[in-house]
Design a protein around this ligand. Structure first.
Ligand code: HAM
Length: 419
């Protein structure tokens, strides 16, 4: 024991839960990979200004939740609170916008937000994300929503609901913004929130406080102000989702917590999570590239919370199909047998069979216990008598059935049996 603990709001992942997380991460990424999205990795740290300008300087994520520090060299860096601004930054830095479009990218990794920790809300968490850059085609919005829905279905989640909205674009947003401001100026709000009304009125709609929410029932909604192009875009997305058999609920007040969204926005929610009901979300961000000083590069994407997805799977009682950690466990009795079996497990691994061995000169009983605990299908037991006869005992652990196999045939026999 030590008095050191993982920092508040963070956690260690240990087997077997760590393997559940791995399976969820792989499962969530699988549909996007099947749709031609290619893997991208960006640093855990970025220039603070990337998030201030990209995500928005009046969002909670930027003003309250970033881990920001000055380096020894005097630069302001932040741990990434999200992955979209970094992916767009990387795409521009490496001129993907000049290549084949859309550039379809996926990622998985750690993100950091200084939030008040509670069930399903951490300061360090992981997301699987997908972004399609360089097209305004509404079919790509629909593709991404379908891939996210399929991702949840693929890991076995059932009770997830999709909320869908459109926030309009730079053509229709200004008129909506003015109408919203006019409405908000008539409410009882504290000085900070009133200042927010002037700077970024959409953020006020996302205010979580009940005294604010209860005054917002009659607030104008983005959907009532969409221009013809945005309406047509949204209709196409809705039709394509319908054609694909994706159930969704229109959520006219869904604004999301990041400033870069235009047109399509969506969130996947689950009731098994308590207050933190969003398991994933995303949308279109046609102006993000310009807001970080780039050329026009429309985009759309999502990020799915890995821990929250696992929590909902646990709430639903879904058993994840996990590969066995090892297929074979070697049980040596005596030093000579330990030498021989050490060589044998190396040969098994090289032949593609997952194998482990009891270390530390444990007796037969202790080593058999380790074999049972390992989850292996077979134990290979060898003692001095077996060595003299040139054989090993292959024990099928589920049935207890045992047979003697020549040492030279063990690898082939096991490979065959495990096929
Ligand atoms: P977001 O809605 O902020 O979107 O986060 C996506 C998901 O990450 C959430 O639905 C949730 O499952 C998970 N998540 C967020 N914060 C926490 C936390 N503190 N603890 C545990 N899980 C959390 C984005 O990040 C956008 N970049 C999504 C996107 C991609 N939009 C377009 N492209």
């Amino acid at each position: 024991m030590t008095s050191f603990r993982a920092p508040r709001g963070t956690f260690d992942l240990l087997p077997p839960r760590s393997e559940h997380i791995l399976a969820v991460r792989e499962g969530l990424a699988a549909p996007a990979r099947r749709a031609g999205y290619r893997y991208v990795e960006t640093p855990a740290l970025e220039d603070t200004a990337l998030f201030v300008r990209g995500v928005g300087d009046s969002t909670d994520v930027v003003t309250k939740e970033m881990y920001t520090f000055t380096t020894r060299g005097g630069d302001s860096l932040s741990l990434r609170p999200e992955g979209t601004a970094p992916v767009v930054r990387a795409a521009l830095e490496h001129a993907l916008d000049k290549g084949a479009l859309p550039a379809k990218l996926w990622y998985a990794g750690s993100f950091y937000r200084y939030e008040r920790p509670q069930a399903g809300r951490y300061r360090h968490f992981s997301q699987v994300g997908a972004e399609a850059l360089g097209t305004e085609d509404p079919a790509v919005d629909a593709e991404l929503v379908i891939l996210a829905a399929d991702a949840y279905a693929g890991v076995g989640l059932r009770g997830v609901r999709l909320l869908l909205n459109s926030l309009g674009d730079q053509r229709c947003r200004p008129a909506y913004r003015s109408a919203l401001q006019e409405f908000l100026r008539g409410l009882r709000l504290d000085a900070d929130t009133r200042a927010r009304v002037e700077r970024n009125p959409l953020r006020v709609l996302d205010d979580k406080r009940s005294e604010v929410q209860e005054q917002l029932h009659d607030a104008p909604l983005p959907g009532d102000w969409l221009c013809a192009e945005c309406t047509a875009h949204h209709e196409t997305v809705r039709e394509l989702l319908g054609d694909a058999g994706i159930a969704f609920t229109d959520a006219p007040s869904l604004v999301r917590g990041l400033d870069y969204y235009t047109r399509t926005t969506f969130e996947f929610v689950h009731d098994g999570l308590g207050a933190q009901s969003a398991v994933g979300g995303g949308g279109r961000y046609d102006g993000l590239s310009e807001s970080i000083g780039g050329p026009s590069l429309p985009g759309v994407g999502w990020a799915l919370g890995v821990e929250r997805t696992l929590l909902t799977l646990e709430a639903e009682g879904v058993e994840l199909a996990l590969p066995r950690p090892v297929d074979v466990f070697a049980v040596p009795v005596g030093e000579k047998a330990a030498r021989v079996l050490f060589g044998l497990v190396t040969a098994l691994r090289r032949a593609g069979v997952a194998a482990d061995i009891a270390y530390g000169g444990r007796g037969l009983k202790g080593a058999m216990k380790a074999a049972d605990r390992s989850g292996a299908a077979y134990a290979v037991v060898v003692g001095d008598r077996d060595l003299a006869d040139g054989v090993a005992q292959l024990k099928e652990l589920s049935t207890g059935q045992q047979r003697s196999v020549p040492l030279a045939d063990v690898v082939d026999t096991l490979r065959e049996a495990l096929r």
